[in-house]
Design a protein around this ligand. Structure first.
Ligand SMILES: Nc1ncnc2c1ncn2[C@@H]1O[C@H](COP(=O)(O)OP(=O)(O)OP(=O)(O)O)[C@@H](O)[C@H]1O
Ligand SMILES: [Mg+2]
Length: 321
């Protein structure tokens, strides 16, 4: 991870190459590096530069042809638990860390991303490709850009499949470290279509603190396991006095997957969601804003681990002798 070491008199500089700019261990690595150098005689000033190379899930380019290093599905068995809210705020936080981030609204029949991002149009097409909207450092694309709000979409499986496919391949996404994919609720056609349209590096399961929600979340989790999509972890949303807390952690523990954290129930999250002002933009210091700041690096780190382990499986074994 250490690169570009330069020693000039008593001055030393080097670069630490991370697997994600949102690395949760950055502070620890800096302390460890400085402590290690403190024991070396003759070193005066130490300067550390940071860079990152996000590992790439090669299957995406091979199978779909897009330049995405990782795809992250946000899912839940149940509706209204906060998938879209989490997709939007996570995407913005990842982008703030320095990553290239896209956000795909795969809720074809009930698209909410444009409302929560506060942008209901995409720019004109370029080179016969759709151009994603861009705000808060995130590129995003939604079916809502293509149909009028009062136009009902009564579609079945194959058409959903085609629509998702087009939002992936007919859009000029450019190069992305992470494509966050906001799914509709449930464990049906749309989830299956997505999993068949693009390799998913991992899925985040969103649940609410209470028991009834956990049962639905478990269904969602099992579906991804069946589709052989790695589980990044569980996020509990709307924790607090009203809905209680702990259901998400319990689910994660029971299922042997990572618990990523909880986001408190906070009226400002909802008001901001309705008006296109995500909480991490309007009030990052609030408890909900802070929760996103803590959860995002955990997600990024876990995705790096999943993708690196996939890469190591894909490297053919060298025969020796
Ligand atoms: N932590 C929170 N505190 C308060 N309100 C929240 C919180 N998270 C989400 N909400 C609000 O709850 C509602 C549902 O959230 P959201 O649309 O993100 O859920 P969803 O799982 O994507 O729903 P659907 O299944 O319909 O797609 C929205 O009005 C949103 O603003
Ligand atoms: Mg939603």
């Amino acid at each position: 991870m250490i690169q570009d070491v330069v020693i000039d008199g008593d001055r030393v500089s080097f670069t630490i190459m991370l697997t994600t700019p949102a690395c949760p261990l950055k502070g620890k690595m800096e302390r460890d590096a400085r402590n290690a150098l403190a024991d070396v005689k003759g070193i005066g000033q130490v300067s550390i530069n940071w860079d990152s190379r996000v590992p790439s899930d090669q299957r995406i380019r091979q199978q779909v042809g897009t330049n995405f290093r990782n795809t992250i599905a946000i899912s839940s068995g149940k509706g209204g638990v906060g998938k879209t809210t989490i997709a939007v705020n996570l995407a913005i936080e990842l982008s703030r860390s320095g990553a290239m981030v896209g956000l795909l609204d795969a809720d074809i029949l009930g698209p909410n991303i444009p409302m929560m991002m506060g942008e209901d149009k995409m720019p004109p097409p370029r080179n016969r490709k759709m151009v994603p909207a861009e705000k808060f450092g995130v590129k995003f694309m939604s079916m809502a850009f293509l149909v009028k709000p009062d136009q009902p979409l009564v579609w079945r499986g194959p058409m959903l499949h085609t629509a998702i496919r087009q939002l992936l391949t007919d859009v000029d996404w450019g190069e992305l470290d992470y494509l966050i994919i906001d799914l509709p609720p449930g464990t049906g056609d749309a989830q299956l279509s997505l999993a068949q349209s693009i390799p998913l590096s991992g899925a985040i399961i969103v649940t609410q603190p209470m028991q009834v929600a956990a049962a639905d979340a478990l269904r969602g989790l099992k579906m991804f396991e069946k589709l052989e999509v790695p589980i990044i972890g569980v996020i509990e949303n709307m924790s607090g006095e009203f809905f209680g807390e702990g259901g998400g952690e319990e689910l994660a523990l029971q299922q042997g997957v990572e618990y990523l954290g909880s986001i408190p129930l906070d009226a400002q999250v909802r008001i901001g969601g309705d008006s296109g002002e995500p909480i991490v933009v309007i009030n990052p210091a609030s408890p909900a804003g802070q929760a996103f700041a803590e959860i995002t690096p955990l997600v990024a780190a876990r995705v790096s681990v999943i993708t690196l382990s996939l890469q190591s499986k894909m490297i053919p074994i060298q025969m020796v002798g």
